[in-house]
Design a protein around this ligand. Structure first.
Ligand code: SAM
Ligand code: SF4
Length: 338
């Protein structure tokens, strides 16, 4: 491949410098908004991207200007030897930041290695501080493990963002309680709108809570809530409160107000390359690689896909619905990676 390659810019002039890689669709929790109790039809192991293949993709993308990688899943820490892939990504020339999204249930043991490799941040999913509710939402009794991970990450000085999916009638009365985590600890708390990717596990919420509802709840409890300017590509509207150690953020994941500055692409565990959370995938990079494509050919295929990117999540969704034979009503966030 000719280095350095041209930067990756989509057909709307947006620079792509961030990839989110879901390394597995398997998970040890069963969050009801993500997958049904019985799980989903997992990708057979030989269909997964191998680590060497992921390393190659990251190397090619880094040469095209991608600087940030997020490892997600499913639960990334239940894929064998995941630490080795993470270490290798941090050593890739051009990659400046490795971030991880995890449910925190088994993450604690890996923290020394994460610290040593210089992970820039961990997003920890936590929707409630109530044990019974945690069990109800995730169908597993593991709140203590997640809290243990949060404290250990803070002790290790790894920046932590808590991700709370706000669920009407389930945990929306904990918006303020969760905010107080950012008062007591140096962690950011981010509220995420529920999206319709639950593996067919349940119908969309009747009491769906949007970003306006969340902002109102925070404003009424914290009159001193102050808007903090964020990076252009940020999906969150961020706020500070005097005396709080961390920030609060609201992510309108379903309302999609941030698409105009979106800088990210996604890779599913079996290599589907997505230029939008809401698209059906542009092509399968694993198949292209396994057919013997060179680095240059891979780079061209990536550039071609990025050159046909939807303007926003609504357009991507409309386009996806033009292919009704590709039923994605059972799509789970554990395949997309969040
Ligand atoms: N298992 C890891 C975890 O839970 O952090 C990583 C994968 S998970 C799919 C990534 C993020 O997607 C989590 O923060 C999770 O809360 C969020 N998520 C899953 N299903 C969602 C849905 N239907 N709507 C909104 N967010 C969702
Ligand atoms: Fe697992 Fe994360 Fe999905 Fe919960 S949100 S079931 S932890 S992949």
């Amino acid at each position: 491949m000719n280095y350095p390659a041209q930067p990756l810019i989509d057909n709307h002039g947006r620079i792509i410098d961030y990839i989110r890689i879901a390394v597995t669709d398997r998970c040890n929790l069963r969050c009801y908004y993500c997958m049904p109790e019985e799980g989903i039809d997992y990708v057979p192991r030989d269909h997964l991207l191998h680590y060497e293949e992921i390393e190659r993709i990251v190397r090619i993308l880094a040469a095209m200007g991608v600087k940030k990688v997020r490892i997600t899943g499913g639960e990334p820490f239940i894929r064998r030897d995941i630490i080795h892939l993470m270490e290798s990504i941090t050593r890739t020339p051009g990659i400046e930041a490795l971030h991880i999204t995890t449910n925190g249930t088994v993450t604690k043991n890996y923290i020394p290695q994460l610290q040593a490799m210089g992970v820039k941040g961990v997003n920890l999913s936590l929707d409630t501080l109530d044990r019974e509710r945690f069990l109800k939402i995730t169908r597993r009794d593991m709140l203590d493990e997640v809290l243990g991970t949060m404290h250990a990450l803070v002790d290790a000085n790894i920046p932590v963002k808590i991700n709370m999916v706000v669920l009407g009638g389930i945990n929306d009365d904990e918006i303020v309680t969760m905010a107080r985590l950012a008062e007591k600890h140096p962690v950011d708390v981010r509220y995420i709108e529920e999206m319709p990717f639950n593996g067919g596990g349940h119908a969309q919420q009747t009491t769906w809570r949007d970003h306006h509802f969340i902002a109102e709840r925070l404003r009424s409890e914290f009159p001193g809530l102050t808007l903090i300017p964020s990076e252009k590509s940020s999906t969150a509207t961020n706020y500070g409160i005097h005396g709080f150690q961390g920030r609060l953020g609201i992510i309108p994941a379903f309302s999609r107000t941030f698409c105009g500055s979106c800088n990210r692409i996604r890779l599913t565990p079996e290599g589907v390359f997505k230029t939008c959370l809401y698209d059906r995938g542009m092509f399968n990079i694993r198949d292209v690689m396994r057919s013997g494509a060179s680095d240059d050919q891979l780079a061209d295929t990536i550039r071609e896909a990025v050159g046909h990117r939807a303007t926003n999540g609504f357009e991507a969704e409309r386009q996806a619905m033009q292919f009704p034979y590709l039923d994605n009503s059972r799509e789970s966030m554990s395949t997309i990676g969040g």
